[in-house]
Design a protein around this ligand. Sequence first.
Ligand code: HEM
Length: 330
Amino acid sequence: LALWGRASQPSRERRKSIDISPQRIIVEDTSTSQPDVGPVPSHAQENGDNESTQTIPKVNATDDGADDVPIIHLNNDEEGSRLADMPPPNGFIQKSISPMLASSAGSIFPPTSSPTSLTNTSGSSLMPPPPRPRASPPQFPSESKAQPSLVQHLAPPRLKSNNQLRPPPSAASTLRVPSAPRPSNSTLAPTAVGGKPRNSSRQVTLEPGHSPLDWAMLTSNLNSKLRGAHLPPELITVTPSMLKAHNGRKGRDAWTSYQGKVYNISPYLPFHPGGKGELLRGAGKDSGKLFMEVHPWVNWDGMLGECLVGILVSENDKTNTRSNDLDAMD
Ligand code: HEM
């Protein structure tokens, strides 16, 4: 490879030709008077050998500048090939050409140019070749063993148990029919069987015709009279003592209060997925806390709207307020 450039020294004697084999650089003083710097073949003829040379881009030289141009040749003779197998001394080429590069061709070689970069004989560029593309695609960072912490950050969180993956309840859940019968609905308190906790679901097997869908059909019928047989069509006021008296025993309906409103839950008892016993825990008193502890997602008003008896009032409130007045209070 022969390279031309404009040297900084004006003298013709400083025109140099530099032979570069992969492992050596020979600096020779041609002291030629030719103003134009020819391509490499001219240099090969001057030396009288038949070594192969590279074609290089030609520089349009002028009389006032071409004389100062150094020439760098790449020598590929046998010796060079033999020496190519041997590692060059560390920094050999850079040390050898540094005096010339500093004054002339230094600008075309980056300071960090390595010997291998000088052997690039593309001829079309004086810069070192770009880095070779990798044979394999770059590894994803998570595959790198050098960054275990990064792997942990990128890895999806590990879930401990399928129980935590239970989807949030939806309206459709109220229509779900239990898939497996329960051994008993006398008590739904969790018990340990064989040392293992019982299934978290405490739903019971509903009697035929008492599915959530059946309840929905029943509430849509305006003639169902789900509030109670002996109640006026209007909402009534209910005192705590009245509520307590309707506990579902002795043939009485079971009332319960929720958010200041009193409902007759007796018609819903055989439809309750959690069982009659669970629902009756709120009979004769407020069930808001119990209800919210078990299934806050259940739409109470949507399911028991037709069972609304009246409004819970204080014991001293003797006024038998009718529904219109209660609506105004709401
Ligand atoms: C004293 C009040 C109540 C108690 C103690 C109670 C208790 C229960 C229990 C233990 C379950 C079974 C939960 C499970 O599957 O693990 C359940 C389910 C259910 N209860 Fe209640 N309940 C009460 C009131 C009500 C009321 C007033 C309604 C209707 C407005 C109702 C509607 C339902 C529904 C729809 C389910 C099925 C929930 C589901 O499958 O996600 N419950 N209840």
